[in-house]
Design a protein around this ligand. Sequence first.
Ligand SMILES: Cc1ncc(COP(=O)(O)O)c(C=O)c1O
Length: 412
Amino acid sequence: MFDVEAVRGDFPILQRTVHGKPLVYLDNAATTQKPVAVIDALVEYYEHYNANIHRGLHTLAEEATARYEETRAKVAGFVNAPATEEIIFTRNATESINLVAHAWGRKYLRRGDEIVLTVMEHHSNLIPWQLLAREVGAVLRFVDIDDEGRLLRDDWERLIGAKTKLVAVTHMSNVLGTINPVKEIAALAHQRGALVLVDAAQSVPHLPVDVQELDCDFLAFSGHKMLGPTGVGVLYARRGVLEGMDPFLGGGEMISKVTLEESTWNELPWKYEAGTPNIADVVAFGAAIDYLRGLGMESVRGHEVDLAGYALEVLGRIPELVIYGPREAAGRGGVIAFNLGDLHPHDVGTVLDSYGIAIRAGHHCAQPLMRRLGVVATGRASFYVYNRRQEIDALAEGLREVRRFFGRATHS
Ligand SMILES: Cc1ncc(COP(=O)(O)O)c(C=O)c1O
């Protein structure tokens, strides 16, 4: 049984008030709060074994190196990567995707090659490919969605073809909550000779993800969206693919031998980790993974399906509220984007904040999706392990208050 009250007790920030009201934090798709274990791990690192890693021979350096590499092993286990060398630490999911665009894309893509994306991609899984396409003359193709925000199967089956070199797709939309059939997409892409990158920024934190089962070539996600500190991203990539790529950034630990004229590269994974890494945050990210493993990702997912189902039901009763994305909680994540009549989401978000309720309002770094939905922006409530049904009730009550507050505006 998932004990949400016990979980809440581990997050000090949930004790605070906002405008005199208890904090209702529903902006987890942007970033999540941190449990005591993660905060303690950061403090412990700085108080007890702060040192630069890999190069030092002294005790502190050895301890810091061990803890940093321990997190890599934990991450590999968490997504079931076959080897720890296939886990690269970056600053965030965005950097992980940019790493692939630079180190793989520039080396292997040529004029006329195609990259298949979807209309629901976060800018982080769009702009790197736009930049690359412009540089090498590649062509971007986009899979469209149906009325409930699901990818059109006919579209991806048609668009992934002989010219496709890469399919880069989000596992879970940060707006619609749609969970995409990335395993099936990967199978087709591989049949047609393309590699597959999964933007897992919204999936790894919320459901069990197994890179071997998905059979993807690249998988990118961010630690701060899964209870870890900011400043840590992960790129999983198949060993063979990583070996065939050139470095992304140069300098620091990524070399083997350097002369004035040329250099050779370190082994995996360090070939892709130039300069002093974010040691403290990587170490503390290890504590976040331990915490999630303690809860169990099946339970995390179950809890969010419950919250999403409840939210769809409760919010669905509010007049003039339009909800985007799949209607069934089982096919989506705990992310609910909505609009309330013709009110601007910023106004809705500001009034909700006055009740202590934190949601996101805007384009959610998915402007093409906003255009596809025919809106400029939406509100977005997104849930995590510490959210409760009564917070969704508070959101619903807040939205009713917003309607009353702007009464004239909604009816004029
Ligand atoms: C689907 C998706 N991809 C990528 C990102 C980028 O994550 P980060 O800003 O941590 O790089 C986000 C963040 O909101 C996201 O939701």
